[in-house]
Design a protein around this ligand. Structure first.
Ligand code: GDP
Length: 439
């Protein structure tokens, strides 16, 4: 993502700080800067030019308030334009029908199977009964892959490994869904490495026969301009309802979102940001525009946290903290919760300003491994009563976990500091309660 665009804009406008109007001359260099950033982010040149021309028209003559710098004002106008370009508002998938059928299309490797699993998981969390259908008749591994995902999220997978007729499989799957009371059927289809006539005919036939309430086109956002061309070809044949942008994690540039929407004029409905089942988010044009402009995506971060955190577990831990009983088992459970939210680097990248700071940094779930190894080398009694961890126990734990004594000591120190802080907070809460009862 072009996360330093706002910085560039501010720099371009340094000379203009304070009051004044944005004029033709001083806007020119900034607009050029925006256009370059958009093209760098894989936005098609023609689209980038159209956006920047609009931004220029919008910006010219606007009063620059004392409170905002001209750079900030331009960022705001840019954000508004990008939001509009990506459809303006969030659009949901259509799940009408009994069962509702969701057909997943796209090239091989775009992330169809992974996304099918993620969507099933998300719908299940919302309380829907879901059936996943493996219709990738050419890649036997895809059936196993879907089964593994289904098991992970606790969703049934319908497959007929010997059958090479996708239409037959899907029709029988729908009948099976009706019989077993499943309200949503997600059909994962076969892809090819490139657009090919046979694949198109197959998916067209599936769409015609199944009459899905939603046909989604899955596309790998790392493929840049190719993504746009593939989207166009699929849309001409399939007239799909929505787009899923995958692999928007890591260094992927967000430009495909803008170009695809512009070229096929179909809403982007989901983004996929990693290989884990939780890495799925609804597509919000305004948030995406903010993210593209390096303003972070705090709202999505908060939502992800709300979805992943187990409320009962949070209550249990809270009660233990209040009773000053927080121990290493609770600590491990908290680490698991954090990991469930997805890749750490992606999560932190959603916090404004963090994206740039994290660029060269190598943090992932493995960063927790040393800590987990140390805790897992403790006996249940030690985890519950860390106070008994004397020198010889620490030595044994270091040896067992393959970490150094210093690492064990550091973890214990951090843990003790954390417990002290919890105790203090409890006391303060207690003091407040005491004060409250006096008035
Ligand atoms: P399909 O051939 O279209 O079904 O694609 P798969 O679902 O098998 O995905 C192809 C590869 O991309 C697999 O290795 C997935 O784990 C990976 N993948 C899928 N979605 C994402 C994503 O959002 N981010 C990343 N980093 N990898 C992904």
């Amino acid at each position: 993502m072009f996360d330093n665009l706002s910085y560039k804009l501010d720099r371009a406008f340094k000379t203009l700080k304070g009051t004044g109007k944005i004029t033709e001359i001083n806007v020119a260099s900034t607009v050029k800067e925006i256009r370059r950033a958009l093209i760098d982010a894989d936005v098609n040149y023609k689209v980038a030019k159209e956006v920047t021309d609009t931004i220029k028209q919008e910006a010219l003559g606007r009063d620059v308030l004392i409170a905002v710098s001209p750079g900030q004002l331009l960022v705001k106008i840019t954000q508004e334009e990008l939001t509009k370009l990506m459809g303006g508002k969030k659009e949901d998938i259509n799940l009408q029908g009994d069962p509702a059928v969701v057909l997943i299309s796209g090239l091989q490797g775009s992330g169809k199977t992974t996304f099918s699993g993620k969507l099933a998981g998300q719908l299940k969390k919302q309380g829907r009964q879901v059936l996943l259908v493996a219709c990738d008749i050419y890649r036997p591994a895809a059936i196993d892959q879907l089964k593994v995902l289904g098991e992970q999220i606790g969703v049934e997978v319908y497959a007929e490994p010997e059958n090479k007729n996708a239409l037959e499989i899907a029709s029988r799957a729908i009948a099976h869904a009706k019989k077993t009371g499943k309200k949503t059927v997600i059909v994962d289809t076969a892809g090819r490495l490139a657009v090919d006539e046979q694949m198109m005919q197959e998916i067209e036939a599936l769409k015609k026969a199944l009459n899905p309430s939603e046909t989604l086109f899955v596309v790998d956002s790392m493929t840049g301009q190719d993504a746009v061309n593939t989207a166009k070809t699929f849309d001409e044949r399939l007239d799909f309802d929505g787009v899923v942008l995958t692999k928007l994690d890591g260094d992927t540039r967000g430009g495909a979102a803008i170009s695809i929407r512009h070229v096929v004029n179909k809403p982007i409905k989901f983004i996929s940001t990693g290989e884990k089942m939780e890495n799925i988010d609804a597509f919000h044009p305004d948030r995406m525009a903010q993210r593209i402009l390096g303003m972070g995506d705090v709202i999505s971060l908060v939502e992800r946290a709300q979805q992943s955190f187990d409320e009962d577990e949070a209550k249990r831990i809270n009660a233990k903290i209040r009773k000053n009983q927080f121990n290493f088992d609770d600590f491990l459970s908290q680490l698991e919760q954090i990991k469930k939210m997805g890749n750490l680097k992606d999560l932190m990248g959603m916090i404004p300003g963090m994206g740039k700071a994290l660029k060269g940094l190598d943090i992932d779930d493995d960063s927790f491994k040393p800590i987990e190894a140390i805790i897992r080398s403790m006996t249940p009694a030690e985890r519950e009563h860390p106070d008994i961890l004397d020198g010889s126990r620490r030595k044994r734990i270091a040896k067992g976990s393959g970490r150094s004594i210093t690492e064990v000591n550091n973890l214990l120190k951090q843990f003790n500091d954390m417990r002290k802080l919890m105790k203090q907070m409890n006391k303060m809460g207690g003091a407040q309660k005491a004060l409250g009862s006096m008035v």
